[in-house]
Ligand binder design. Structure first.
Ligand SMILES: Nc1nc2c(ncn2[C@@H]2O[C@H](COP(=O)(O)OP(=O)(O)OP(=O)(O)O)[C@@H](O)[C@H]2O)c(=O)[nH]1
Ligand SMILES: [Mg+2]
Length: 377
């Protein structure tokens, strides 16, 4: 086990990612019920879209469902590609290709990418479309990977081709795991009738190793309270340091400010062009500057602490003391006043995690492409 693994083992103590081992139960009762219901419906499904998180194409697998999923017509959608490293994503796609598994990287909020997925789904359904009057497409995956967001985009795209009388029903989408609690069908075509089923996100009752659990928590499939924000932020720092990521931020910030100016100008022009009123309030110039300034401060703090670090990253206690220093530097960079120390640390951790999850620290893939392991079986 490397220093990263040791640090995490120590931080997590005896806590295990299993039903009995956690302080808080992360396998709620509804998940066991949902798993049974999903297994039942899978028997009837003509095709499955297995949604995985593009940042963790391997860790976001529900191992228990794999035998049944691999026996069906299946497309793997690596969602949230906007948050993942595009170069590593390419390698992941090649890896799935080499195992003859259909796989696409998508952004569920982008029509263009969802259209590509739909084309693939239609291609794979071609032979059944001509003989079955009704088809069932199931969307499955671990919590918070964007299944409902994908369903809404699919429904929106297809409703333009297949006008429905009634108001389009929308699946509820939300930033925390466990939003969808029941299986729900959405009609997307007739003659033959095609239904897509949204399903609740389900995890296995026993996550095989700590790191898989941490990655699931970092990407939002497991609630923060299960691991604790502070431990999660420590893990994220350990990963970033182990990969030398802070060094990439050295020259980034000048480019960021130039890019930001251009982006803001474009946003302003788009706003003027947009005749329809927007439901969501657009961020103001000062909102954008505030967050970009925060990102710059955070990246600088991590770069400086990393560059000045004289210890050995492979050594567990050296890595721990670097992380400790970075917590202090982050608190300063985020202008979080000194409070009872625990409270301040949690605020630092929460802000840091939010920046990572928004993709503000850059696109990042946590799962490396395996040399030999088959990501499909
Ligand atoms: N950046 C980014 N965010 C996404 C994408 N797809 C979904 N999201 C966001 O991810 C969060 C979870 O989306 P949902 O569609 O509710 O996820 P889910 O898989 O249905 O979650 P459960 O119902 O809890 O299992 C929401 O905040 C979405 O806006 C994407 O491609 N990119
Ligand atoms: Mg959902």
């Amino acid at each position: 086990m490397g220093a990263l693994g040791k640090v995490m083992k120590k931080a997590l103590g005896d806590m295990g990612f299993n039903r009995g081992g956690g302080i808080i139960n992360w396998f709620p009762g509804h998940m066991a019920t949902a798993t049974r219901a999903i297994r039942d419906r899978l028997k009837l499904a003509d095709l499955v879209i297995e949604v995985r998180d593009a940042r963790i194409p391997l860790s976001s697998v529900n191992e228990d469902l794999q035998p049944v999923l691999s026996s069906k017509r299946r497309v793997i959608a690596l969602n949230k590609k906007d948050l993942a490293n595009p170069n590593i994503m390419q390698k992941w796609i090649q890896c799935f290709d080499s195992h003859k598994q259909d796989c696409l990287s998508i952004n569920a909020h982008s029509k263009t990418s969802v259209k590509k997925l739909l084309e693939l789904v239609e291609l794979k359904l071609k032979e059944v479309i001509s003989r079955e009057p009704t088809l069932l497409v199931m969307v499955v995956g671990v919590p918070n990977v964007g299944k409902s967001a994908l369903i809404n985009s699919i429904h929106q795209i297809t409703s333009a081709r297949f006008p429905v009388q009634e108001k389009i029903k929308r699946a509820t989408v939300g930033p925390l795991p466990g939003v969808t609690q029941d299986i729900a069908g959405y009609k997307i075509a007739h003659q033959p009738s095609i239904y897509v089923l949204d399903t609740p996100g389900i995890l296995v009752p026993s996550i095989p190793d700590i790191e898989t659990g941490l990655k699931l928590a970092l990407t939002g499939a497991v609630k923060d309270s299960v691991v604790g924000e502070e431990r999660l932020a420590q893990y994220l720092l350990a990963v970033l340091n182990s990969r030398g990521t802070p060094l990439h931020w050295r020259n980034l910030n000048n480019r960021r400010l130039e890019g930001l100016r251009a982006e803001f100008k474009e946003t302003k022009e788009k706003t003027l062009r947009d005749l329809l009123p927007k439901r969501r309030k657009l961020p103001t110039e000062s909102d954008i500057w505030h967050i970009e300034d925060l990102v710059t401060q955070v990246q600088c703090a991590l770069y400086i602490t990393f560059a000045e670090f004289e210890g050995n990253l492979e050594d567990e206690s050296d890595l721990e003391s670097l992380i400790e220093e970075q917590f202090v530097a982050l608190q300063k960079a985020m202008k979080i006043p000194h409070k009872a120390s625990d409270e301040a640390r949690i605020m630092v951790a929460k802000k840091f995690l939010t920046l990572f999850r928004m993709g503000k620290l850059g696109p990042f893939t946590l799962d490396d492409v395996p040399d030999s392991h088959n990501p499909v079986a």
